[in-house]
Design a protein. Sequence first.
Length: 121
Amino acid sequence: MTDTYVLDYSASEIARLKLNADVIAGVTRRLIRDSGIQPGMRVLDIGCGVGDVSMLLAETVGKLGRVVAFDREPRAIETAQLRAIEAGHEQIDFMIGSDNELPDGLPFDAAIGRCASASDG
């Protein structure tokens, strides 16, 4: 397995990812709701990509909650951070990391990983 996203993070790939996220946003919102994620929770978003699920989680946890989102691809994190700022989601902490390096800190109330691929490292 490779350590980089095979399809890259070109402008066209980011546009494709956003379109895909828009198409499945309703299902993702239902997943978040049905998994019991609520306002005020601290949630881990594994393999956050360009931040689509992170922003849906931020809407759910609200201003009193926190989303910690990570991805192994720096270009994805950069894009996700810009998108979250534009959307006004200050309760998301984005970081570069792999599934072998889970973020330290307070415990999480929930973890989610939609369409995340595991690394072999």
